[in-house]
Write a protein that binds this ligand. Structure first.
Ligand SMILES: Cc1cc2nc3c(=O)[nH]c(=O)nc-3n(C[C@H](O)[C@H](O)[C@H](O)COP(=O)(O)OP(=O)(O)OC[C@H]3O[C@@H](n4cnc5c(N)ncnc54)[C@H](O)[C@@H]3O)c2cc1C
Length: 380
């Protein structure tokens, strides 16, 4: 069996490993810090389930060029809820809908060692860890299977994740479940979990303490979440998102997974129920709604989404808009890799991390960042 030939052909969703009936597939991290599946040929029975479940190799989303979609801007009325979310708080509103039906919610959270992995929440308290964007590719080992179990038991399930993960979930289930709600995100690209791990270690050594929190989209400054804040050794540090070195590596397009640069989901037409993102350009479309504490962009794709919307919208200030109002760069096409990505990744693998960061800061970071500000790439 061969699941991918080039790295561009694997999005790292991990669904192939989850559906393998004999446990022949394990995810292994490469030198750039991304997971790829490895097949144990001695165990593999060549059933082909892994290939059918792959979002790149398997069946493509059925919906395309959809005239059925509706587009909205939304802010949760509960300001605390919105402050604890990255955009306008649509995800926690959907989660509440599911909790009211004794359902289960899946999203990305940090573990004790600040690794990012999907996990479940069954109430508002457990949901806290799932809120907020983590700019690190999330590990979904075991998740697809658990979701299937809940759905077979007749429970409601809300799954939130990147569009490739969401499509992988649908393929892994193999059939439609009426109580499954899929909310996929607008996605700039999945950043390297290995580089994130190196960065956490670097900050812990520099600050002298274990990291216990990292918020990529802190809203305390009323800057639409462009502050980044973390806690190490019990002490909090906060600063501009654009000044943080990890974020800078991400926003200058050096640490994104190769497959993301050829992503087929950078479009409005998806096979999920909801697509969620930041409402880019809210200041132009509805300046009266821009209080700089975040507004969600919400697309409804299905009849189920419309039904849920009728209930959820009561908890929010919202407005309808047109397709052209929501068309941000990542709904039009994928992020292009930096021209320096190969050199960057080569040095990441060769240099001690502190030296590597210094090199990035001095040689690449400013030049690339300025180029981006001058209007190149249509960033996050
Ligand atoms: C890697 C990444 C890139 C993104 N790029 C864009 C972009 O270019 N443009 C844009 O408009 N929006 C982007 N988003 C989405 C945006 O940041 C918000 O997550 C989204 O608008 C939901 O916000 P909220 O206020 O409704 O929910 P919140 O309460 O903030 O919840 C965040 C949601 O995102 C999920 N999530 C967080 N981190 C991850 C992760 N690493 N992998 C999978 N799911 C995760 C959580 O489980 C939760 O469902 C990106 C998100 C991620 C994770």
């Amino acid at each position: 069996m061969e699941l991918y030939r080039k790295k561009e052909e694997c999005c790292g969703c991990g669904a192939c490993g989850d559906v393998c009936p004999v446990g022949a597939i394990h995810m292994v991290m490469d030198g750039e810090g991304f997971w790829y599946p490895e097949i144990d040929e001695k165990i593999c029975i060549k059933c082909g389930k892994c290939e059918r479940t792959c979002p790149i190799k398997g069946k493509k989303p059925e919906k395309a060029g959809n005239s059925y979609d509706s587009y909205f801007g939304l802010r949760a009325k509960d300001k605390d809820l919105r402050l604890a979310s990255s955009s306008g708080g649509m995800f926690p509103l959907l989660a509440d809908y599911v909790f009211r039906r004794q359902g289960v919610v899946y999203g990305a959270a940090y573990d004790r060692d600040m690794r990012v992995a999907h996990r479940e929440a069954q109430n508002r308290e457990e949901l806290e860890a799932l809120k907020r964007t983590k700019y690190v590719q999330s590990d979904l080992t075991g998740i697809y299977r658990r979701i299937r179990q809940y759905l077979e038991e007749g429970r409601w399930v809300l799954f939130s994740g990147t569009p490739c993960q969401a499509h992988a979930l649908r393929l892994s289930l193999g059939k439609a479940y009426p109580k499954l709600i899929v909310a996929d995100l607008v996605c700039y690209g999945a950043p390297s979990p290995g580089i994130w791990r190196s960065y956490v270690g670097y900050l812990e050594r520099r600050r002298g303490g274990k990291m216990t929190a990292f918020s990529f989209r802190d809203k305390r400054a009323g800057d639409n979440g462009h502050t980044c804040a973390y806690v190490t050794g019990g002490k909090e540090y906060a600063g501009s998102l654009n000044a943080d070195l990890y974020c800078r590596m991400y926003f200058t397009d050096h640490i994104i997974r190769p497959a993301c640069h050829a992503c087929a989901y950078c479009t409005v037409d998806r096979d999920s129920d909801f697509t969620l993102g930041d409402f880019w350009g809210i200041g132009k479309v509805r300046p009266d709604m821009d209080d700089r504490f975040g507004t969600s962009m919400v697309i409804l794709h299905t009849e189920l989404a419309r039904e849920i919307w009728e209930e959820v919208k009561e908890e929010a200030d919202w407005f309808p808009c047109g397709r052209e109002d929501v068309l941000q760069p990542r709904l039009v096409g994928p992020t292009k890799a930096s021209a320096h990505r190969e050199r960057f990744m080569g040095l990441y693998q060769r240099l001690p991390f502190v030296l590597f960061l210094k090199w990035f800061w001095l040689k690449l970071s400013w030049r690339e960042f300025q180029r981006r500000l001058m209007g190149g790439r249509g960033g996050k």
